[in-house]
Design a protein around this ligand. Sequence first.
Ligand SMILES: Cc1cc2nc3c(=O)[nH]c(=O)nc-3n(C[C@H](O)[C@H](O)[C@H](O)COP(=O)(O)O)c2cc1C
Length: 265
Amino acid sequence: MLGTHINFYYYSGTGNTLLIVKEMIKNFSAKGIQVSLYKIEDTDPKKIDIATPFGIAFPVAFQSTLPFVWNLLEALPRAEKTPVFMVDTMMAFSGAVVGPLKKVLTEKGYNCIGACEIVMPNNWLPKQINEEENRKKINSGLRKAREYVENLIEGNTSWGRIPFLSKGLYHACCNNFVMQHINLAEGRKITVDKGKCIKCGLCSKLCPVNNINMKEYPQWYDSCELCMRCLSFCPVNAVIIPGKKFKQYRAVKAKELTEKTLGEN
Ligand SMILES: Cc1cc2nc3c(=O)[nH]c(=O)nc-3n(C[C@H](O)[C@H](O)[C@H](O)COP(=O)(O)O)c2cc1C
């Protein structure tokens, strides 16, 4: 069903999803399936090749996923049974993604062949980082990713229709209005500690929705989707939320998120 070439579209805030995607690519390649990898934030949905099977990978956010990820999925062109698989990463539970995404894709004519949810370390403002525990979670996540690839190749996967709570949660979570109001509680906006900032501009470069204007110091506009990149990768911990204490979590180096992907080369 997958053939010898697939496209893979992914977004990863802090690297968990990217680790899973890379592990899957390694295992697809070992079985002779060539994978072209694309970043969701750089993808024009109209240019997606619907003649080729593809995968979608993203992190769970507030029982759903980030609005810009949904925007791409909802803007996909109509297809004639193109096989699609999905994988998401989460810290514990996702209620509103798998079923609603299947609905969106099925209505557009895609053939939803497999969905897999993988528990990874929490990246949502962790109070502390337990390296040992995180390593165990990542190892078990990578194992699940390898098994998923094997099952996809053998045709042994499925994509559940509407999991528990998903419909209501979809409406509660999957819209920009809700996401922005979660983020923009007054006095809790992401900002910069000018005393620490070294003006490197990495936060602005990493932002997937171009929400950070790098003047002398970074300035945030109003369309933050809370992906955690600016907070997690600042080399001097200068990106802060006033009154919130957290430890930076990242699973990869910043350059792995900004470098060209296999599909772009
Ligand atoms: C804003 C935000 C909301 C999140 N909401 C959930 C959630 O509802 N359920 C869950 O299990 N994990 C949640 N997480 C945790 C992430 O889904 C998880 O750590 C994921 O693996 C991060 O992947 P990434 O490093 O590729 O961005 C949330 C993380 C963030 C930043």
